[in-house]
Design a protein around this ligand. Structure first.
Ligand SMILES: Cc1ncc(C[n+]2csc(CCOP(=O)(O)OP(=O)(O)O)c2C)c(N)n1
Ligand SMILES: [Mg+2]
Length: 410
């Protein structure tokens, strides 16, 4: 093996740097000039951050000023973001416990990604349309989807659990990356309708390797579709680290498709709010797509079926713990606003109540009719579905035989 090929097989993990964007038009709202170095594809990764891990508010001094998008945010609104993150984390922890207790078949935790999801989710307008993956419980919360509705699919009692048209929040999508194409098509459609709404598609670092995502980038760029691609780079795609997905920082990929890409600190709720607002407004103004890479970390397992100790060191998780999105906003609220202990105590009580409600609702979810799964597959029926239904009926009947022999009731 040559030295070159060894190097090619060992891409270095890229470190986060300072503020800014790639893509020549990214600074459109500010009019600030960009330096030549920042236009190159291989420029050092840059990170938009407005709140440090210690909870200090810093000015986004880079080429695109995102500060104006959160400049007039009030202490009450900040407390609202904090509440969103705390309740989302609490809901998520409850769901993980419910899976461990056998009440859910599976759960995909968002632990660690609360700021990316609440910041971006709160940036959306009611008439915008959201296409999530399977982990966007915080975005669902922002859209007004009752959290208990997210659990039916994970309990195996329904195929979705909410009406996407009620909150403009599409059903969860398991086929990774496919929703970026759905979002692009939807965005092209609303643009033709003359609406000034925007669309946002969530996906992960692993999904970024899917052909669907590349096609979505191409189509959205060429048709100037009003869509924001929000990639939560949580460093892992199950057991595959991000360096197995890309040789350049993910946000820099946008440049090759002809639209701006921005890396934002995904554990900084203010920065996520500001950058997503900026990107959605670009879309509304007819300036086309944006790629936002929210640089964050999946603190838990991929799902409850996964054991991350098999493939990653705990010191990595510990390092990210110091950048916790909730702790940093709490630090800011405590040091820079008039938020008192009463607020935190009330929120704790509200979290407990939410946990209780989630447990009660999940346990009371009725089992569906076993044959319902064959309904609505085809409008007029299908020979293959008929065959599968008959096979399933025979399988069910085989249990009845055993029950009869053992004199048990099922
Ligand atoms: C098209 C497709 N291929 C493979 C899978 C199996 N799969 C489920 S999740 C996942 C990893 C996704 O990682 P990433 O996009 O980073 O999202 P994350 O789970 O980290 O949020 C894979 C490969 C799938 N669901 N769909
Ligand atoms: Mg990932």
């Amino acid at each position: 093996m040559t030295v070159e090929s060894t190097a090619a097989r060992k891409p270095r993990r890229s470190a986060a740097g300072k503020t800014g964007t790639t893509g020549g038009k990214a600074a459109g709202t500010t009019g600030t000039k960009r330096t030549a170095a920042k236009k190159t594809t291989n420029a050092e990764p840059e990170l938009v951050q407005l709140l440090t891990p210690e909870g200090k508010r810093i000015k986004n001094a880079g080429t695109a000023a995102y500060d104006p998008y959160v400049a007039d945010i009030t202490p009450d609104e900040l407390r609202g973001l904090y509440r969103d993150m705390v309740l989302t984390r609490r809901f998520d922890a409850e769901a993980t416990s419910l899976q461990r207790q056998g009440e859910l078949g599976l759960w995909a935790s968002l632990l660690g990604q609360e700021a990316a999801q609440i910041g971006s989710g709160r940036a959306t307008r009611e008439d915008d349309y959201v296409f999530p993956t399977y982990r966007e419980h915080g975005v669902a919360w922002c859209r007004g989807v009752d959290p208990t509705n997210l659990l039916g699919m994970f309990r195996g009692v329904n195929n979705g659990g909410w009406d996407p048209t009620t909150n403009n929040f599409h059903l969860y999508t398991i086929v990774i990356g496919s929703q970026t194409l759905h979002a692009t098509g939807y965005a092209m459609g609303i643009a033709k309708d003359g609406a000034d709404s925007a669309v946002i598609a969530y996906f992960g670092d692993g999904a970024s390797s899917q052909g669907d995502v590349a096609e979505a980038f191409t189509f959205s760029a060429v048709y100037n579709a009003p869509v924001v691609f929000f990639c939560q780079n949580n460093q892992w795609a199950i057991s595959e680290p991000t360096e197995k997905q890309t040789r350049v920082p993910l946000y820099q990929r946008a440049q090759g498709f002809g639209f701006p890409g921005v890396r934002v600190d995904g554990n900084d709720v203010l920065a996520c709010l500001a950058v997503t607002k900026w990107a959605l407004e670009r879309a509304r103004r007819g300036e086309g797509p944006t790629l936002v890479e929210a640089y964050t970390y999946r603190m838990g397992a991929h799902t409850t079926s996964d054991d991350p100790t098999r493939y990653r060191h705990d010191d990595e998780r510990v390092a990210w713990e110091a950048k916790d999105p909730i702790a940093r906003l709490r630090g800011y609220l405590e040091s820079e606003t008039d938020t008192n202990e009463g607020f935190f105590a009330e929120l704790e009580a509200e979290s407990e109540a939410l946990g209780r409600r989630v447990r009660e609702v999940v346990r009371a979810m009725p089992d569906p009719d076993h044959f319902a799964i064959f309904e609505n597959a085809y409008a007029d029926g299908h020979a293959l579905v008929d065959e599968e239904r008959a096979q399933f009926a025979a399988y069910q009947a085989s249990f009845a035989d055993v029950d009869e022999e053992e004199g048990k009731e099922r």
